[in-house]
Design a protein around this ligand. Structure first.
Ligand code: AMP
Length: 286
């Protein structure tokens, strides 16, 4: 496994391999956990060469967010990458000019809801950095987690709108055995906060169960989830049910793919999670 710290270095390393071999790319902000490793394993299965980037992108953090305290654990990350069969780590110190970038990308309409509404500019920062990384690495395939469903939807749309020849693959969310979605930010949670945080996956599961039992009324489904969150002492930033691909609001659950989304602060930590809702119409009994 080789580690590159500059764009020129990783370009040089990949140059001779390009063309004859396929490249799968996994962009991350480091502090790697099993969720990231599941993406890396998928990349390993799908291509000849696996490139992982580790870069905490300042452009996607708001002024009062956790950029400075975001966990940075490069040595351990590199060890995990080596064990998982990664070929190249791209670990730049910065990707922007000292004075800051003067040309950036703007995310699509898909960024106006959910995390985009609560974190203005966040997805502009994400699409800008992912573009820069794609330009440097020039992968055939890039792998993202469904944990950040809105991000995945925006990246898919970016690649099609900007005619990039990169296949985007989404991977399911990895969870602790009690349901908590793995996240680099979970390490901020105190023991008590962690117990409280469980209400997020519990309320998503409750929504799944209601949808599967034929409940089509979105307000009724959301009310049950809200109660579970409130009982745990959580007031969510958002709790929403939307179409899975367009992220448009749904009026009723039906056979079209829908997803439930929650963002909430637990202690000082912002957590997000989402799950698919599979509506099953109940047939009338005679
Ligand atoms: P991050 O380092 O948080 O920017 O995440 C890097 C990639 O890992 C993104 O595509 C995330 O969606 C994905 N990811 C984060 N947590 C999980 C998880 N629990 N399961 C699967 N993928 C994840």
């Amino acid at each position: 496994m080789r580690v590159a710290n500059t764009a020129a270095e990783i370009r040089r390393q990949l140059k001779s391999l390009r063309g004859s071999k396929t490249i799968a790319f996994v962009p991350t902000m480091g502090c790697l956990h099993e969720g990231h490793l599941s993406l890396i394993r998928k990349a390993r299965q799908m291509a000849d060469i696996v490139v992982v980037s580790i870069y905490v992108n300042p452009l996607q953090f708001g002024p009062n967010e956790d950029l400075d305290r975001y966990p940075r654990t490069f040595e351990n990350d590199a060890k995990l990458c080596a064990e998982a069969g990664v070929d190249f780590i791209f670990h730049p110190t910065t990707l922007y000019p000292k004075s800051g970038p003067k040309v950036t990308l703007k995310a699509t309409k898909l960024s106006e809801c959910l995390c985009g509404a609560s974190r203005p500019g966040h997805f502009d920062g994400v699409v800008t950095v992912v573009n820069i990384l794609f330009n440097i690495v020039q992968p055939d395939i890039a792998i993202f987690g469904e944990k950040d469903w809105q991000q995945l939807a925006i990246i898919k749309r970016m690649v099609s709108d900007l005619q990039m020849a990169i296949e985007i693959i989404g991977c399911p969310t990895l969870r602790e055995s009690d349901g908590l979605a793995l996240s680099s930010r979970n390490r901020y949670l105190s023991g008590g906060d962690r117990t409280v945080a469980l209400a997020i996956s519990k309320s998503l599961i409750a929504m799944q169960q209601l949808a599967a039992s034929g409940e089509s009324d979105i307000e009724a489904v959301k009310a049950v989830a809200t109660r579970i969150l409130h009982n745990a002492g959580i007031t969510p930033d958002y709790l929403d049910i939307r179409s899975a691909a367009s992220l448009k609001m749904k009026r009723k659950l039906n056979r079209q793919p829908a997803r439930a989304f929650i963002a909430a602060n637990v202690g000082n930590t912002r957590l997000i999670d989402n799950m698919p809702l599979e509506f099953v119409a109940q047939t009338e009994e005679f």
